[in-house]
Design a protein around this ligand. Sequence first.
Ligand code: ARG
Length: 462
Amino acid sequence: MTRKAWDGRFKKQTDPIVERFSASIDVDARLAQADIEGSLAHAQMLQTCGILTDAEHEAIAGGLRELAEEFSRGEVILDPACEDIHMLIERRLTEKIGESAGKLHTGRSRNDQVALDLRLWCRDTAGLLDTRLGSLQTVLLGLAQKHAETLLPGYTHLQRAQPVTLAHHLLAYFWMFHRDRSRLADWKRRANYSPLGAAAMAGTSLPNDREMTARTLGFDGPIVNSMDAVSDRDFVAELVFSCSLTMTHLSRMAEEAVLWSTAEFGFLTLDDSVATGSSIMPQKKNPDVAELTRGKFGRVQGDLVALLSLLKALPLSYMRDLQEDKPPLFDAVDSTLACLEAMQRMLETSTFNTAAMRRAADDGFATATDLAEYLVRQGLAFRQAHEVVGKLVARCLDEGRRLDELTTDELVDAHPLLKSDSAGVLNTQASVQSRTLTGGPSPEAVHKQIEAARAALKVWES
Ligand code: ARG
């Protein structure tokens, strides 16, 4: 049996069932590097405050650095008797440098330690998420540039609505991911504060320079309330919320990829390298990346609910419940990073079937609104114009014709203001080209949007 850090007060050893039940080392081992980074800053502060001698500090820092390398090389055995990663690191350090390792925990508790490690881990992870979002945006931007003139129907209610450019459609996702990145930046403004020095929850009477450790670790300052410092997990919930919104965006895109790659739509051909087949039906090619992304959204949303439920009704300050914050956090982040990577690969290898898109845009009365707007330009009120065109659509449906197959005479018959030039607005390309307004789908407007998107991407580079 290993000795516990709290052995002094206890007459009995921990029951093995309880030991297994409460150990978190399998999960929190991922915090090892953050834990060491935090300990290095803490040790340096202890030396400055005169608690550690130079020699003790050197031994502790040297031992911690060695341990960091052992972790990177995957050499450290995760002994469940150590309960969590913090205890394991302390024990390994003691094995390395002897009893002076025991001074490292001066003025510190695992409560502020785990809160610190989590903040450091989340901060790195937010950076990773941002990078992956940025590279997905770059792919979308490249596709938008390529497809500034490609026409397809835009949909509402999944019914053909008005023709748009494919670039416009893809850039809608670009802006969702842009907001995801700005959410992460905003998250950092709130999360980047240090809990270190809050100790168990009420600080310490020993010298402790919280400003110094906060600075060393790149935080914007220490958290101003020691009880808040050890019990706050808002930053975890917020980061997982950011993940779940990114997953929402990915899942919408995934749903479209599933639809578009059906024979019924035929807008998208997935590359063989990102699709799978069926073990029974030889003809099948399935959009698994998109489906799994859609499926994983449910997990991430569940992670968010798990975290919010975990925090609800927890009295101040640290409670062991909080150990349960890590599985949903890690799961949400892992899933989101994996989906970002896989969806990017799917997008950059897929082929957009522009002819099928164009056929769909030409076929489905998508320019009916343009004809109504023509009548408005002739002086008719929009409601009346809507009615006139609605009747023409109904007639075409009855006769199995397209709006642009109506003759000039038939148009004038329907309304005298539908003059001979009115048929021109029914052309798909003319329709898209006419919507040059800011934020519109015309190639002209889309080129401006691409410029705006490029500028938005640059902002994150600086
Ligand atoms: N494994 C714990 C966690 O993740 C570390 C803090 C434990 N603190 C305590 N007083 N038992 O929350």
